[in-house]
Design a protein around this ligand. Structure first.
Ligand code: OFO
Length: 168
């Protein structure tokens, strides 16, 4: 495997791991603050990101590359509001999408067509996750500081998230 691509995939392993731990910290904050629906949502997102990471680890190994399991920074664990939480969720997804687009670009430069093909799964996944994060943040912007709205958001988050998936 081309060394530039190998490095980029190792970086991506780190980004997926970082997202997984960040979403776990968000789930825990929501759990501790009475937002049970939001907590379940982020516990599940954290698991998903872990699977994305593992999928990359296995792929690099299958292709004879060298995996480097990274040391991670401590995730942010305190938030002032649901808005701040979901703002961070969207930023994290936008960041990951940018990194994936960069890998795709470099794969074409280095004629790594197998990796390019493999990464298409991540392109689709990011499209869905970014759209979902945007929808959820839009709803929270409409709700603002209104407690009753936040209560309903917490209760219905999985319905909102799934409705978004069905529109894809
Ligand atoms: Fe790994 O799917 Fe989003 O970040």
């Amino acid at each position: 495997m081309n060394s530039t691509i190998e490095n980029l995939l190792n970086n991506q392993i780190k980004y997926e791991a970082t997202a997984s731990m960040q979403y776990l910290a968000m789930a825990s904050w929501a759990d501790a603050n009475g937002y049970n629906g939001v907590a379940e949502f982020f516990y599940a997102q954290s698991e998903e990101e872990r699977l994305h990471m593992t999928k990359l680890v296995k792929f690099v190994n299958e292709r004879g590359g060298k995996v480097s399991i990274p040391l991670l920074e401590k995730p942010k664990g305190d938030f002032n509001s649901l808005n701040e939480l979901f703002d961070m969720f969207l930023s994290s997804e936008v960041f990951v999408t940018e990194q994936i687009n960069h890998i795709i670009f470099e794969c074409l430069q280095h004629k790594e067509y197998n990796v390019h093909n493999f990464m298409q799964w991540y392109v689709t996944e990011q499209l869905e996750e970014e759209a979902m994060a945007r929808t959820l943040l839009d709803k929270l912007t409409i709700i603002g500081d209104e407690k009753a709205g936040q209560y309903l958001f917490d209760r219905d988050i999985n319905v909102i998230a799934r409705a978004n998936e069905n529109q894809e």
